[in-house]
Design a protein around this ligand. Structure first.
Ligand SMILES: [Zn+2]
Length: 430
């Protein structure tokens, strides 16, 4: 059944990108309405909230009616998971469980069913087919966690190289695999590009590179491209909804509107003008077990209304303006991206449920890192010690890591509280 779902949604996702605009819009309307109505019917949280707000659910007939609905925040999810935010119709034990630290530092859990999972896998696949990937290509994915890829023999071969090993070991493994497609976080691929030797490049000759998960600049991607002598493409995704947008071969961002609808809003919650930067608000269309409706993810981007000459009919986005996380510069001059630290926490939050309730990492002085921690209900000293030791592996011995325990972590004024903050880097840039 899973394989059949996988195959059907593969075709669906591939075809979706060529459906003419007008029909495309109608299909998006229909999917959105289906998701919202099902959320109202089956998810207590939405039912209660919409009733309280006086929403006439029958009046929701498409994306133009979304503005009638209240937003969903990360706090809403944390307060209502799983009882009120997961559909009454699903057996949560049969769902795929995942969690993210987002950028707020609190564990944000969520679930999705098998069908959603196969749809998500295929939207990921479309990120690669959009840039010329062929099923018989070999791909190497450099990532901190293992990747689940179904076995199709010589097709769709994805090899995992752990980003937790040293960059030299990563390069050695990539050279052994000789990938056609190289995938990874922008900062990780950048580190590899900075380290590879001409000798390494004799074995590493990808046809294309796809960078993901964090904001990368055009200059960084151009640099990677100049090292590997192949095009480098960006994508924008989140753990909660998977693929949101990806660059096509013309380096234009296409929104994956068949998976998630994106609103770009100003401070007052109105749709922003073409090309201006706005808050990204997401609505899923394939996640009935746990729908995200008008979800404030905390990212910013620029809308763009136009047509791309690549032939892809999905709507477009001008740019992704990113998440506002900090990076650490250490006493030995080493630069550590906040994503690396965040990933370490995410790994533990995923492995040990309720180990951590909330955290914040602050570089108070160049050589002093303080973890502010709110223990989870199943906190274990041993597991947390292991986490700290992982952090030492990343940061090196030139710093001291201290832990301060709290009952809660106070919120700051900004919409998005940073989970990782460097008072040193900020001081330097000010
Ligand atoms: Zn395009």
């Amino acid at each position: 059944m899973y394989m059949l779902n996988l195959f059907i949604s593969f075709l669906e996702v591939q075809i979706n990108q060529y459906i003419p605009e007008k029909i495309q819009k109608r299909l998006i309307d229909r999917r959105i309405v289906k998701e919202i109505h099902s959320a109202y019917k089956n998810v207590p949280f939405y039912r209660k909230r919409y009733d309280r707000a006086g929403v006439d659910i029958k009046s929701i007939k498409g994306i133009s009616d979304l503005k009638k609905l209240p937003f969903l925040t990360k706090q809403d999810i944390m307060d209502n998971f799983p009882k009120d935010i997961v559909s009454e119709k699903v057996d949560i034990d049969k769902c795929h469980y995942s969690a993210t630290t987002g950028s707020t530092g609190k564990a944000l859990p969520f679930v999705f069913n098998d069908k959603t999972m196969s749809y998500y896998i295929n939207t990921t696949m479309r990120v690669y087919t959009m840039i010329g990937y062929k099923p018989w290509y070999k791909a190497v994915y450099v990532k901190y966690t293992n990747i689940d890829s179904p076995n199709f023999g010589p097709f769709f071969r994805f090899v995992h190289v752990p980003s937790t090993i040293s960059v030299l070991e990563q390069i050695k493994l990539i050279g052994k695999e000789k990938p056609d497609l190289l995938v990874g976080y922008a900062s990780i691929i950048l580190e590899i590009a900075n380290t590879v030797t001409p000798e390494d490049l004799k074995n590493i000759k990808p046809k294309m590179i796809s960078v993901n998960s964090e904001l990368s600049t055009k200059d960084q991607r151009d640099f990677i491209s100049s090292v590997f002598k192949c095009p480098v493409y960006d994508e924008y995704s989140t753990e909660e909804t998977w693929m949101i947008a990806a660059e096509c071969r013309h380096h234009k961002y296409h929104l994956f509107a068949d998976n998630v609808w994106v609103e770009f809003l100003d401070k007052q919650g109105n749709e922003i003008k073409n090309g201006d930067s706005g808050e990204i608000v997401l609505t899923t269309t394939h996640s009935p077990a746990m729908p995200f409706i008008r979800y404030r993810i905390g990212d910013r981007g620029r809308a763009f209304k136009g047509v791309c000459s690549c032939g892809n009919k999905l709507p477009m986005m001008k740019s992704f303006d990113g998440r506002s996380d900090d990076s650490f510069i250490l006493p030995d001059g080493k630069y550590v991206s906040s994503l690396k630290l965040l990933n370490t926490f995410t790994k533990y939050i995923k492995t040990y449920l309720n180990l951590i309730n909330e955290f914040k990492i602050v570089q108070e002085q160049k050589d002093l890192i303080v973890i502010h921690l709110v223990k989870g209900s199943k906190y274990k000293e041993e597991s947390f010690k292991q986490l700290v030791s992982d952090l030492y592996n990343i940061l090196g011995k030139s710093v001291t890591i201290k832990t301060k325990y709290h009952d809660f972590i106070a919120k700051s004024e900004s919409v998005k509280r940073k989970a990782i903050e460097s008072l040193v880097t900020q001081g330097n840039s000010a």
